[in-house]
Design a protein around this ligand. Sequence first.
Ligand code: ADP
Length: 508
Amino acid sequence: MVVGTMGLLIAMELFTLIFAMNTLSAVRAFVAGEGYWSKAQKDAIFSLQKYAITQDDKYFLDFNEFMKIPLGDRIGRIELMKPVMNEKAIFEGFVAGKNHPDDIPGMIKLIRNYRSFSYLAEAIKHWTEADELLEKVQVSAERLHQTIQQKKILTPKEVNSFIVEISELNERLTKAEDGFSHNIGLGSRWLERLLLIILIIAVIMIEGTGLYLTISFSRNLSKVLKELNKAAQNVGRGNFGTLVQVSSQDELGQLAHAINDMTANLRDKVSAVNIRDEFVSLASHELKTPLTSLKLQAQMRKRKIEKSVPDNFDPAKILKMANEDEVQLNRLIRLVDDMLDISRIRSGSLTLERQDTNFNSLIEMVLQRLAPQIEESKTKVTLNVNKNIIGNWDSYRIEQVLINLLTNAIKYGNSSPIIVSCHEVNGTAILSVKDQGIGISTEDKNRIFKQFERAKTNQQVSGLGLGLYIVKNIVDAHSGRIEVESELGKGTTFTVYLPLELRPIEAI
Ligand code: ADP
């Protein structure tokens, strides 16, 4: 924009200058031409007077020679006034009028373009008048020449009257020449003043615009640099929240975008590091809890065995202890499995080993495996299945889905009854796990399927926020989908849709 504006103004100034130079040079050419014209006219009159006195033909020849200059200019003027002009004729006429060939194109342009302009129109009027007077001089000269040719000798009276006649014409010619020069002078002075004003305005505009653009450009530059500096300082302080507000598309705008991208990148990296730190501390805590419990159990048993009290070897008691150990060990295994699955999902290596899977048997098996937990949590689980459903799935992964959903229902179910139902509609198995526990708020419903995301209301219940993320990935890998319906304080239902056969997701 800056370069464009300055370029336009400079072009305008150059155009004005060229126009001024050409016009003034054409005016100067007319002034010079008028000098030759007047001198030639005076010399012609002088030769004619000498011819009348001496009647020597030599002076008549001189007269004719001098007359060629104004007559040449006259041809040019007449041609210039025609609607369609003959440029060659004008050129030849003006050259005969002793005008320099280089000046002639400018002279033609000046008359053609500005002949109706007052000063020029007035000057042309005087020029035309002078040409008419010259015609009269020519007529008188021709008459004198004829008389001299016939009579040979003129009487002093005849000579006198001729000289008086020619002198009168000469006086009138001088007036016409003065009128021409006067108007050309007036016009050129007016033009000089006008061009000077235009040039001054153009220079002031260019310099002013240049100054304005420089000031606003440097102001903008320092503003943007300050913004960039502030952004860099913020990033240095670890504050990645503020972005540089720059709307321009120039190099500074690109730099601002680059800084914004860099800030966003750093913010993502830092938040990833924070999430990882948080995960490591959570995972350590989650792993430590069952391990501590197992350690305590082991110490207790050791002490009981050392005391050798027969009551301590009661099979019912030992079975209870083994059940408790199993719960803790299952918890540990699940945690480790979850962590391994997360890295598999991240690296895209979660592959399915499909085989015909009896869904009902799988559910029953999972319920059996979770029996110690169910018992511990004092929850009642009802199974609602009406016919055998066989799906071509990765049974280990589907088992994981069931375990995660059921464990969650136990964890967040407040010991309320859980209903597991399963049926088939149009080649799709529909499984729902319904509890009447703490429920999930609407805003949390959108987050819980992402990794490390946990609802805000369950902070007292332990967990890593990975189970549903893994479940969703497994269901997606089977071209299925998972939905959640929940109300805070009333309970939650997770529904899983699994196509029995492998088919595109849009067909489900
Ligand atoms: P974790 O249970 O380890 O926190 P999950 O990914 O299994 O992780 O679950 C994510 C979050 O979803 C849980 O933290 C909990 O807030 C919520 N959630 C899952 N299942 C239920 C449920 N049945 N009832 C209430 N909230 C649930």
